[in-house]
Design a protein around this ligand. Structure first.
Ligand code: HEC
Length: 191
């Protein structure tokens, strides 16, 4: 009989997941290689926190994944508690040898989504709108408070939601349908 390994003291969920992989968990306890951190998967995790579905989030970040799984942990008091939870409830995913990379997002999912939205805004909208969305830009009007519906209609299709009174009567802004996956992030940032 072998005593179960005592949980290592770890800092951070990343180390805790890899500790579980290196010690093995579940009935057929075996060691598997540690996961590598991946920035794009951090972005996927931030999207999940913002309420997106896993498959949508993975394809939005253009991550070439044959398989993926997500684990959401609410309020793990300490890394020991997290270790217990991961090895008891999520062992099949945590110790899956087919997984190679991991992304993490922590707390304040809205903030992670909003900061992703800010990146998109700075990259795609600044040419015409102001760096401060509450002010008018060189070409476009203020967009602070733009709802998801408004963003979807205007950014993707060059239209407005039914009944909406546009700030400008012009039709200067070119639609950018490829930004469809980024609308939730833009809405979170402009809110
Ligand atoms: C080429 C310049 C240009 C770019 C790039 C651009 N916009 Fe605009 N935008 C405008 C102009 C000009 C208007 C005013 C209506 C019109 O002429 O199309 C506008 C209007 C809007 C409106 C409607 C405001 C209202 O309440 O009537 C929203 C929302 C908006 N833009 C969001 C965005 C976002 C988000 C991006 C980036 C993803 C973006 N725009 C990129 C020029 C631009």
């Amino acid at each position: 009989m072998v005593a179960p390994p005592s949980p290592p003291s770890t800092t951070g969920a990343f180390d805790t997941v890899n500790a579980a992989r290196s010690r093995g968990c579940g009935a057929a306890s075996r060691q598997v290689a540690p996961l590598r951190a991946d920035l794009r998967l951090d972005a996927v995790a931030a999207r999940l926190q913002g309420g997106e579905k896993l498959a949508d989030a993975v394809s939005a970040e253009r991550y070439p994944a044959a398989r993926s799984a997500s684990i959401r942990v609410m309020r793990a008091a300490s890394s020991d508690a997290l270790y217990q939870l991961l090895t008891k409830r999520f062992c099949s995913d945590v110790a899956d040898p087919e997984f190679h990379t991991i992304g993490l997002a922590r707390g304040g999912g809205g903030d992670a989504l909003a900061s992703r939205g800010r990146q998109v805004y700075l990259g795609q909208c600044l040419q015409c709108h102001n760096a401060d969305p509450a002010s008018a830009g060189p070409v476009g009007p203020p967009v602070k408070g733009a709802s998801r519906d408004l963003l979807e209609a205007k950014v993707l299709r060059g239209e407005y939601p039914p009944g909406y009174t546009p700030k400008r009567p012009t039709k200067v802004m070119p639609p950018q349908p490829h930004l469809a996956p980024d609308i939730p992030a833009l809405a979170a940032y402009l809110k």
